[in-house]
Design a protein around this ligand. Structure first.
Ligand SMILES: *[C@@H]1O[C@H](CO)[C@@H](O)[C@H](O)[C@H]1NC(C)=O
Ligand SMILES: *[C@@H]1O[C@H](CO)[C@@H](O)[C@H](O)[C@H]1NC(C)=O
Length: 280
């Protein structure tokens, strides 16, 4: 069984994605997508009461109202699901509401989380806990070994660990930690989920793009607080204190750190050739 390894690099974002596996060898209709990580792939696991993603103007483009995504619309998960010709997998926290969707996989990603405890998402499941949730479902036979053979894993560790360490003046070399983590937990996961594994570390890509293009209109967030607050900020009298750009399709970033529906589409289009290489 020859392992297939695909790499891709983009000039614009200097984004890297890689995977090892044998491809799906047809049968895309049975494919399941399991998603782990943070806000770049979360489609509704953040707590409703606390997260800005459940409040306007998030979700204004898709599905048309706030629905737990850190975007005005779709995130990378949704585009990768459409590539696999399946519905976007059910967010783990909503798994009891729409069990019909379980056949497309589960999204365990929680915005703000990382491998380590972060300052952004207190008490939200870190990567290890997300993988534990997944393993519990396997133990309960919600997914069989056969199911896992035609599954794809999408993992995003976009930068909450970096942000946390910077805020704490940490001097740890996080990339080293992430690599150790990759060789531990994620490779164990890869043994269970075969044959395809996609790992994205977009943080450096986005931040270097931001540094390069500082002041570039294209990379200004579409939605921002009037006095530098975050998108969606409402004052204590309930008055909106944010503005949304006129043309969302022309903005790569929706808020300060999350791409728009269109931004993710651009990333997805750039990833498509390597997804084809990885999966088929
Ligand atoms: C992840 O969270 C669990 C449960 O809170 C905790 O026991 C574990 O130590 C955390 N992992 C890391 C790497 O911090
Ligand atoms: C981090 O370093 C800065 C500058 O050296 C200092 O002002 C700040 O208080 C430090 N923060 C923490 C959490 O130690």
């Amino acid at each position: 069984m020859g392992k297939k390894i695909c790499f891709t690099f983009f000039c614009l974002l200097s984004l890297a994605i890689f995977s090892t596996g044998n491809g799906l060898k047809g049968q895309p209709s049975n494919t399941k997508l399991f998603v782990f990580g943070d806000s770049y792939v979360d489609t509704g696991n953040s707590p409703r009461a606390l997260s800005k993603t459940w409040k306007p103007p998030y979700g204004i483009t898709y599905p048309g109202k706030p629905f737990g995504r850190f975007s005005d619309g779709r995130v990378l998960t949704d585009y990768i699901a459409s590539f696999l010709r399946i519905k976007s997998p059910l967010p783990y926290e909503l798994k009891n509401f729409n069990r019909k969707l379980i056949k497309y996989g589960i999204n365990f990603a929680h915005g703000g989380t990382g491998v380590f405890p972060t300052i952004i998402a207190i008490n939200q499941p870190n990567m290890t806990t997300q993988i534990d949730f997944f393993q519990q479902l396997i133990l309960k036979n919600v997914y069989t070994k056969e199911d896992l053979r035609s599954s794809v894993a999408l993992v995003s560790l976009a930068g909450n660990d970096y942000v946390t360490y910077l805020a704490k003046n940490g001097t740890l070399k996080l990339s080293q930690f992430h690599n150790q983590f990759l060789h531990g937990n994620l490779l164990a996961l890869n043994k269970q989920i075969g044959p395809v594994f996609i790992y994205l570390d977009l943080y450096k890509a986005f931040t270097s793009a931001l540094h390069l293009h500082r002041g570039n209109q294209l990379l200004k967030p579409c939605c921002a607080g009037v006095h530098g607050e975050d998108c969606g900020f409402v004052d204590k009298n309930g008055i909106k204190k944010y503005v949304i750009c006129k043309n969302r399709k022309q903005s790569f970033f929706w808020d300060l750190i999350h791409p728009t529906n269109e931004g993710w589409r651009t990333v997805y289009l750039a990833l498509q050739p390597s997804l084809k290489c990885l999966l088929y």
